[in-house]
Design a protein around this ligand. Structure first.
Ligand code: MEV
Length: 303
């Protein structure tokens, strides 16, 4: 049996969410799938994801090995002699929640193998332990979306409040530039001196509220304006790059309602929303810049 963890995009509120502000986020329709199969006699817990060229044993000196151990320890299962064979439909380290998707899929696969119920709280605790190890500090938004799917507003204090909205088509552009979430979270901490009431964090939180209201009213112009402003603030906090700025600007001049970096920044991915008849033009501008984007449909379930 195969276990799944979904990737995600943050429409508004990344970084501020670490300080307790809301983030508007949505799961992608793709992520990581894992099946646990018995390891040949004598072997240890290991993971093999050919799509990411990842082949690691729990005893290796590797971040994913430490993540496997953190999950197994949290579940209290020791080191079972299984191989976690996986596939991935999102790139790793691209700001699309790949590490949370992996942690959730691994946790669910280990629970399935152990014939235990994949209770949401149990999965979240184990995946959060892995995320803390990977990123140092984490709001939990990526794990919440990887588990629940859908779209919603996440707050550290209250978790994910999912809601239904009209389907929204979002252009996603993985820049291909590697980045470290931990380094970007540290940069924001340095920039804001971790003052929760910092005006920029407060404005990012306010933009989540404005953008959520706009999304629920299918006001894409309003949502796009909130995204543009959020990108400006994130850039001011030092988490954008020239490449991300250029990809966002290319989307805007091609007719997008709004564009911004998504996730931690410092590389990773950009997102844009555009009128339907401008989507291909935005994707081909990104292609000229060496970025192969795709369209993700989020929300839905409302007629
Ligand atoms: C990462 O997807 C988003 C950040 O806000 C970190 C976090 O919330 O854990 C940068």
């Amino acid at each position: 049996m195969t276990a799944v963890g979904l990737g995600k995009i943050i429409l508004l509120g990344e970084h501020a969410v670490v300080y307790g502000y809301p983030a508007l986020a949505a799961a992608l329709d793709r992520g990581v799938t894992i099946a646990a199969v018995p390891t040949p006699a004598g072997g240890s817990l290991r993971i093999d994801i050919p799509a990411w060229s990842l082949k690691v044993s729990a005893t290796d000196d590797h971040p994913v090995a430490r993540s496997l151990c953190a999950i197994a320890d949290e579940l209290g299962i020791g080191r079972p002699t299984v191989t976690l064979v996986g596939d991935a439909q999102i790139p790793p380290g691209a700001g699309l929640g790949s590490s949370a998707a992996l942690a959730v899929a691994v946790t669910r696969a280990l629970l399935l193998h152990d014939r235990r119920k994949a209770d949401r709280a149990v999965v979240a605790r184990a995946a959060d332990a892995s995320e803390m190890l990977m990123h140092g500090r984490s709001s939990g938004v990526d794990v919440a979306l990887a588990i629940a799917g859908g779209v919603g507003v996440f707050r550290k204090a209250t978790g994910l409040r999912s809601f239904k909205s009209q389907p929204l088509r979002v252009l996603v552009g993985p820049s291909g530039a590697p980045r470290s979430t931990a380094a970007m979270v540290d940069r924001v901490a340095h920039e804001t001196h971790e003052v929760v009431d910092d005006a920029r964090l407060r404005e990012l939180g306010g933009l989540t509220d404005t953008g959520t209201t706009a999304l629920l009213a299918s006001d894409l112009v309003g949502l796009g304006a909130a995204m543009n402003r959020a990108h400006q603030i994130l850039a001011g906090l030092g988490v954008s790059t020239e490449q991300l700025d250029a990809l966002c600007e290319a989307a805007r001049v091609t007719g997008a309602h709004g564009a911004k970096l998504t996730g931690a920044g410092g590389g990773g991915a950009v997102i844009a929303i555009a009128p339907r008849d401008r989507e291909q033009a935005v994707l081909s501008e990104w292609k000229k810049a060496g970025v192969t984007g795709f369209v993700a449909t989020i929300g839905g379930g409302v007629s």
